[in-house]
Design a protein around this ligand. Sequence first.
Ligand code: GCO
Ligand code: MG
Length: 402
Amino acid sequence: MSRIERAEVLVTSPGRNYVTLRITTSDGVTGLGDATLNGRELSVASYLRDHVVPLLIGRDPARIEDTWQYLYRGAYWRRGPVTMTAISAVDTALWDIKGKVANLPVYQLLGGRARDGVLVYSHASGADVPSLLDDVARFKELGYKAIRAQAAVPGIEGSYGVRKGEVYEPAATSLPDEQLWSTEAYLDFAPGCLRAVRDRFGFDFHLLHDVHHRLTPIEAARFGKSVEDCRLFWMEDPTPAENQEAFRLIRRHTTTPIAVGEVFSSIWDVQHLITEQLIDYVRATVVHAGGITHLRRIFDLASLYQVRTGSHGAADLSPITLAAAVHLDITVPNFGIQEYMGFARETAEVFHSDVRFSDGMLLPSEAPGLGVEYDEKAAAKFEYQPRYLPVARRLDGSMHDW
Ligand code: GCO
Ligand code: MG
């Protein structure tokens, strides 16, 4: 019987930091899993190296569910982003191996296509409204059917979501950048900015917006209500989600659809949001919410309550996560949308993936497994760099949610 012979933790920084787990079986089959947790990369690398790899050696690679349960229950200390990212990496690598052994792309193992392609949204942004409008025009020309719009709030240095280089990268400094936040300035500015997008381009594409956990529930309710005429596909992370009950208040006041979940690590984080129908889209991902095995469980629960999926897909999730997400998305009956913002050129030198963009949709690889190759020689050129996400302070100097 095939056994897990080796598991290696690979850290590289092609444009940004990525942590990858590579599992090799006694038959010489390899599988890849993403283990990147932005700004806390080495904690997952250590969790894997020091506490998970020794447990994997000698196990049957085909027993994915059993390995998941072993790592989750066996840790005793349940959940949390570091543990769950490590479990995700193992799970994803084992699905990759299963596909290669079966000689089938992972989406075939998950039940095959439930749709022709995976609708994606990308990020338009601007330092002001006119440059945002130019950027939206560019994404429309590229064929995107769904576009997220963010613009710098006047007077707020380093507003969330505004791209400076080729790819949006918030974790750009070796210590956390201190950014400003003003709820009043944001609430005065953002609705008009979204309206300007609709006024110029109309309604023949989906428009999304990320609030990035910045508002209280009643502020979020006011915001959602004030943009109802823009018919957003969703407003994302309107308020922090530790208290799931908080979303009931937003819900009571607005029909703007709500998306949440990029920081979630398990089904328990989203349980009440789903079963109480407090959200419309769940944004949990393969890399941070327990791999394909656990994310599928979350999506199935969501399907009972007409909550659709909308997985996080920022560039700090590696091309392995994107490939795995597309395999899962194409099979899921309650799929909604997938985030896709592209990768830096150096990233593509290390991770060779044939996920394809066509007419506003992504198409999965047809290669056995996930269809991603890791180029070790290229990876060696890009040494790990300590990088932190920013923090946010209100105008009076007190800390806010970034
Ligand atoms: C998104 C996210 C990202 C996060 C980033 C943190 O919607 O894509 O909000 O921009 O801030 O992934 O690491
Ligand atoms: Mg977000």
